[in-house]
Design a protein around this ligand. Structure first.
Ligand code: DAT
Ligand code: MG
Length: 151
């Protein structure tokens, strides 16, 4: 069984709109395993560090302002192909293009308020998990359901 991991965050709009439980439930029901979780208020510096690859984009200042505007819920989810599958659960970056059934397709309208973040590659996931979590905050555990989810 793969132990791939991804960093998923519920952004300030998702927290303010009461979507924390809904988003966690979608990853749980899919069959992925939660291995780390924290609520925190990102500083401007943390927001800039998280989105460092986008620092040259025109929307970067607004993105940083938004991401640091309220509490977020950061999580690490584990499972087979969880990086790519997590992106599928989130939906396209711009909610105008996100399909119904995805989180952004169901709950968001504007690209600058798209409710959730998910790592876009295994390399990004490794960097983001290390950015937001200490190693001891990520818990390795065995799910009772593992044999029902993986063949
Ligand atoms: P994603 O969050 O799907 O990985 P991204 O990494 O390209 O997308 O961009 C990070 C966030 O920046 C995205 O969730 C919303 C915002 N963003 C992206 N493109 C944007 C744009 N053209 N205008 C405004 N905000 C944008
Ligand atoms: Mg991204």
């Amino acid at each position: 069984m793969s132990s791939e991991r991804t960093f998923i965050a519920i952004k300030p709009d998702g927290v303010q709109r009461g979507l924390v439980g809904e988003i966690i439930a979608r990853f749980e029901r899919k069959g992925f395993k939660l291995v780390a979780l924290k609520m925190l208020q990102p500083s401007k510096e943390q927001a800039e560090g998280h989105y460092t690859d986008l620092s040259s984009k025109p929307f970067f200042p607004a993105l940083v302002q938004y991401f640091s505007s309220g509490p977020i819920v950061g999580m690490v989810w584990e499972g087979k192909n969880v990086v790519k599958s997590g992106r599928t659960l989130l939906g396209a970056t711009n909610p105008a293009d996100s399909l119904p059934g995805t989180i952004r397709g169901d709950y968001a309208v504007d690209v600058g308020r798209n409710v959730c973040h998910g790592s876009d590659s295994v390399e990004s996931a490794t960097r983001e998990i290390a950015f937001w979590f200490k190693p001891e905050e990520v818990v390795s555990w065995t799910s009772h359901s593992a044999n029902q989810i993986y063949e």
